[in-house]
Structures are given as structure tokens and as C-alpha cells.
Design a protein around this ligand. Structure first.
Ligand code: PRT
Ligand code: ZN
Length: 283
């Protein structure tokens, strides 16, 4: 069997979360900062540590079977890869921003203006779709200082908290794309079985992250009201307690409606609610 290769960012915003995800999949390896390749000791896999910009091409060309990279990088490099799984971290948006003093109202007002960016391909596609002719100034970094230096009228850059825009006297004006880290692969990989197994492991970790394990106590009289509020994977597990007429209910609850459910459960008579993280959910 051929050894699978997965490319992740060597250092930067996606490195830590990518390593954490792979470790949570039960993979054992060193997060070498100094080397390019790290072998996994308990799965036929090697981790390649690369600049994020190179990852889509490595996957497209078959040097790596899989990669973890921001959607923004994939779109900008315009390579042919398959999106296998959204990973829920590295979330950000690519936005056009203008100086606070600019009272621009409509996107058409960008016609004839200059926009500095490190994402010329995505920006040019966006402007074309909107029918806008602007001068795209491609620069390699520190995009946000460009209007202040008189180098451009606007910028197009990634935003997460918005702090960088604010501290440079800029305000977001238009959303170009939203992005998160994704797992990418290539059609027709020779390692299909191993790829499938790794994707399943990743999905079981992601599923677990979105869900909490809940144990609560309830009097039998209130049990049906409590059960109605609980989804569970099939149905909740009900175990009798030493105290007569009381039972413990075990179930899983999606993180997204967690607080709503907990307050409804309390109202329905649940007591001693214990909430625990889940490591993996294998369906
Ligand atoms: O060295 P290498 O080429 O591998 O890394 P890099 O410097 O190109 O990328 P890196 O590590 O900065 O980002 C990796 C990926 O993280 C990006 O491709 C995005 O998919 C994702 N990501 C998420 C971000 C941000 N959030 C982000 N905020 N990438 C960059 N930023 C920058 C942005 O460019 C701006 O300078 O952070 C600043 C804005 O942040 P806020 O919080 O002030 O809005
Ligand atoms: Zn990069």
C-alpha cells in the first residue's frame, strides 16, 4: 500500500488547528517546525509542512493526496482540486474596504478607482461579475496601509475581527467571499481507500465537536416531557437511580441549540445536569 500524504501549513494561522485536528484523529506524529515531512507512526501517512500558497498545487499535481488550506487560497490559485470537507476553523471574509472618510454608497462608485490586494484573481472575477472596471494593484503584503500612503483608493483583504481595518482608519464596504479551512483532494487518487478512512476519522472528530454529552436526573413523572426535548442519536438512554421514581437520562445535544435546550430541560424538571465534551462520534 502506498503511503498517503497530507499537506498542511508549516507555520501561520492554520498550522495549529490543522495539527490539532490530525492529532484528534488518533494520528501520532511530531509537529516538526524545522522539517518538511513528518511520518505518522500509526497510520500509513506522511505530513508535509508547506507554505499555504503551495498546497493547492501540490494536491492538484499529486505530490500530496490531501491538503488543508483556506478556500481563499484555492480560489486565488485557480487549481483543479476537490473540496472534501469544510473544517470549521480559519474563518474569515475577503472584503473591499475604504478609508473611514470615504462616503461611498454604491459599489458602482468603485469604477475607475484603484484597489490594492494580494488576491488579484478573486477580486478581478468579482469586479467583472459586477461590471466594474477598477485598477487592481497587486501587492504582496501590508495591504491595509496602502490607502494611507496614497497608493490606492481602497483595499481588498481578509478580515476576521475587523481590528486591522479599524486601526488603519478603514471601514469594510463590500463582501467578496467568505472562507474557512477545507480539506482538499484530487479525483482519481490511487489511495482512495486510505483517503476514505482518513475522511471518516476527520468527520467523526468534527461531529463530536458540534455535540455535547449530557447526563441529567429526572423524576419518572417528568420523564416523557424531558425525552421530548432530547434528540439523541437514536433515543436517549434511561437508567434507574437508587432513589425510587428517579432516573438518569444520557443523551447528546447539538452545540448550536445547547443553551435553549438546557433551559427548556430545567423547566421540564431536569436536575443535576452534567455536560461533557465528546471525543469522537462514529456513525
Ligand atoms: O506563510 P504562509 O504563506 O503559509 O502563510 P500566510 O502568511 O500566507 O497566511 P496566514 O498564516 O496569515 O493565513 C492563513 C490562512 O488563514 C489564510 O489564507 C486564511 O484562509 C485564514 N485567515 C483567517 C486569515 C485571517 N483569518 C486573517 N485575519 N488570514 C489572514 N488574516 C489577516 C488579514 O490579511 C489581515 O492582515 O489578518 C488581518 C486581519 O485580521 P483582523 O482580525 O484584524 O480582521
Ligand atoms: Zn501564504
Amino acid at each position: 500500500m502506498k503511503t498517503l500524504k497530507i499537506a498542511i501549513q508549516k507555520s501561520g494561522r492554520l498550522n495549529e488547528k490543522s495539527v490539532e485536528l490530525l492529532k484528534n484523529c488518533g494520528l501520532s506524529f511530531e509537529n516538526y517546525k524545522s522539517s518538511l515531512i513528518s511520518p505518522v507512526s500509526n497510520f500509513p501517512l506522511e505530513i508535509l509542512f508547506l507554505r499555504d500558497d503551495d498546497i493547492p498545487e501540490y494536491v492538484q499535481d499529486g505530490i500530496a493526496d490531501l491538503g488543508i488550506v483556506g478556500e481563499n487560497v484555492i480560489q486565488e490559485t485557480e487549481v483543479e482540486v476537490s473540496y472534501l470537507q469544510r473544517l470549521g476553523f480559519g474563518r474569515c471574509s475577503l472584503k473591499i474596504a475604504v478609508p473611514n472618510t470615504n462616503d461611498i454608497q454604491h459599489i458602482n462608485e468603485l469604477n475607475g478607482k484603484s484597489i490594492a490586494t494580494t488576491y488579484p484573481a478573486i477580486l478581478s472575477k468579482f469586479l467583472k461579475e459586477k461590471g466594474i472596471k477598477a485598477d487592481i494593484r497587486t501587492i504582496s503584503g501590508s495591504v491595509e496601509i496602502s490607502p494611507g500612503l496614497g497608493l490606492s483608493d481602497a483595499i481588498c483583504d481578509l478580515v476576521s475581527t475587523g481590528g486591522t481595518l479599524k486601526s488603519n482608519g478603514l471601514k469594510p464596504f463590500a463582501d467578496v467571499m467568505s472562507s474557512e479551512a477545507v480539506l482538499i483532494g484530487r479525483k482519481g487518487s490511487e489511495n482512495e481507500e486510505l483517503v476514505k478512512e482518513l475522511i471518516q476519522r476527520i468527520q467523526s472528530v468534527l461531529r463530536a465537536k458540534e455535540t455535547k454529552y449530557v447526563v441529567l436526573n429526572v423524576e419518572r413523572d417528568n420523564l416523557s416531557a424531558v425525552i421530548k426535548l432530547l434528540p439523541g442519536i437514536k433515543s436517549p438512554t434511561v437508567v434507574p437511580l437508587a432513589e425510587e421514581n428517579w432516573v438518569a437520562v444520557h443523551t447528546v445535544i447539538p452545540e448550536r441549540d445547547f443553551w435553549d435546550r438546557i433551559s427548556q430541560l430545567k423547566q421540564a424538571g431536569a436536575q443535576g445536569i452534567v455536560v461533557m465534551p465528546i471525543e469522537k462520534i462514529i456513525l
